[in-house]
Design a protein around this ligand. Structure first.
Ligand code: DUC
Ligand code: ZN
Ligand code: ZN
Length: 467
């Protein structure tokens, strides 16, 4: 099957130019001007006049079916990657979970079983490490060298569940110094947060709002600074996930200024939602995630500034949806029991376009870099993914910069009963979404297939190579 995408504006992280793209099978075969006139033939010609032709979005932080607080994140690999595709995201990197007492291998096998044959678009896997010991440290080497799973998320939050003390994080970092992998951290001071949360509940402050109150910004700043120092001591890079607040961003800025190999992502919920959304009684449970939503000022502007100056390199979603009815309401009467997480995989590309490009904060090239190219480079998939280049996978989005849509749970494709952005009118949207040469979404209709998505065995992070 050959598809010719003609007359579009090719937008990449490096620049934009008018051009045609020929897709042959699963790959990009040729790029040029007026390829049809030059004699190129195809089974289908898609006219992309007035549209952007961009590499498919890559969401490097999702949690399909994550077990949390006695329940499971609602989306599975089928519904989650399908929703992602509707939103112009053609690859996700999900987190396999090592539960305490389990091997990494068992956690990885379980996630392969969840994904294989179900995903609509391609996917990679990171590994959540809950138990650092001699055995799991040895297993890390194997995951990096043989399994295409070269990054490991460790938590300074969630004592008793995912939490690792500093010495465990340091040992895992030392292991990546030897095997070339990358440590990612959820940086909030969990033990202290748990004390504050218990005190609030004892005072009768049980509403979702107090989830946000308990998790002080300074406790994200402190943990962020701490893991950066641990990485410097171990002589390795570190990647801070879902950075939410200026206290943490300043730690990243200072570290980068002194030459530390510190990288960080933020998420749309921290750029567009705020602590105010957590108010409004129990409805606020819809907005409970960790780190929590923060004060609008100065955080929104600071996060955009971070993205502009490259102190933040990526926007991911931390997609982890729980229904309001039947899941979030486990925390009625005690915010600590509300499952943490928000839906987001479908809206990321458009929200960043609307807020960033339409909003005049970033260029369209920087948008592509933040939502696609840098995730590919950071997580060992470039230039197979994240590029419009000859030989790259034909993961391509034909993006209409003028398309208008209203976000709503009634029309979204994520398997969750609410949207955090209900009623928002935004500009920009995907017309045609292609995954390895197959059109999976066309003008709002799903044309893909469960099982089309393949596991991407990833290499080392381009930004984290030490030699
Ligand atoms: N934060 C969330 O909000 N959900 C899943 C895990 C996490 O760290
Ligand atoms: Zn996290
Ligand atoms: Zn997460």
């Amino acid at each position: 099957m050959r598809t010719l995408i003609s007359n579009g504006t090719i937008v990449t992280a490096d620049g934009s130019y008018p051009g045609d793209v020929l897709v042959d099978g699963e790959l990009i075969a040729q790029i040029g001007t007026d390829l049809a006139a030059a004699g190129v033939t195809a089974d289908e010609v898609i006219d992309a006049a007035g549209k952007y032709v961009i590499p498919g979005g890559i969401d490097a932080h999702t949690h399909m079916k994550l077990p949390f607080g006695g329940t499971f994140a609602k989306d599975d690999f089928e519904t989650g990657t399908r929703a992602a595709a509707f939103g112009g995201t053609t690859s996700i990197v999900d987190f396999a979970v090592q539960s305490k007492g389990q091997s990494l291998r068992a956690g990885l096998d379980a996630w392969h079983a969840l994904a294989e044959g179900n995903a609509v678009t391609d996917y990679g896997l990171h590994m959540i490490m809950s138990d650092v010991n001699d055995d799991t440290l040895a297993e890390m080497d194997q995951l990096v060298a043989e399994e295409g799973v070269p990054d490991f998320k460790l938590f300074t939050a969630y004592p008793g569940v995912f939490y690792s003390p500093d010495d465990h994080i340091f040992r895992a970092m030392q292991q990546t110094r030897k095997n070339g992998g990358l440590i990612m951290t959820h940086a909030e001071n969990g033990p202290v947060i748990d004390i504050v949360a218990a005190q609030l509940v004892a005072e009768g402050k049980t509403d979702p709002y107090y989830h946000g109150v308990a998790r002080y910004p300074v406790l994200e700043g402190e943990a962020t600074g701490r893991v950066i120092c641990l990485a410097e001591a171990a002589g390795v890079p570190v990647y801070i996930v879902h950075l939410s607040v200026v206290d943490a961003l300043n730690q990243v800025r200072e570290a980068r200024n002194r030459g530390a190999m510190t990288f960080a992502e933020t998420c749309p919920q921290y750029m567009f939602l705020s602590l105010d959304d957590l108010g409004n009684g129990f409805n606020g449970a819809k907005f409970v995630c960790s780190p929590p939503l923060r004060e609008k000022n100065p955080n929104w502007d600071e996060l955009w500034n971070g993205l502009r100056t490259n102190d933040l390199q990526i926007v991911s979603t931390d997609h982890c949806p729980f229904d309001f009815h039947g899941q979030k309401d486990l925390g009625l009467g005690d915010f600590r029991k509300i499952p943490n997480g928000l839906p987001g995989v479908e809206d990321r590309v458009d929200l960043v376009f609307n807020g960033g490009v339409v909003g005049g904060r970033i260029s369209k090239e920087r948008w592509v870099e933040i939502v696609s190219t840098t995730p590919a480079k950071m997580f060992g998939m470039y230039p197979r993914k994240g590029a419009i280049a000859v030989g790259s996978d034909a993961d391509i989005v034909i993006y209409d910069p003028n398309r208008k849509r209203t976000i709503s749970a009634a029309t979204h494709h994520m398997d969750v009963d609410y949207s955090c952005y209900e009623g928002w009118e935004i500009q920009g949207g995907s017309d045609v979404v292609m995954s390895r040469g197959s059109v999976v979404v066309r003008n709002g209709e799903f044309t893909g297939r469960k099982g089309h998505g393949k596991f991407v065995k990833r290499g080392l992070a381009d930004y984290a190579r030490l030699a």
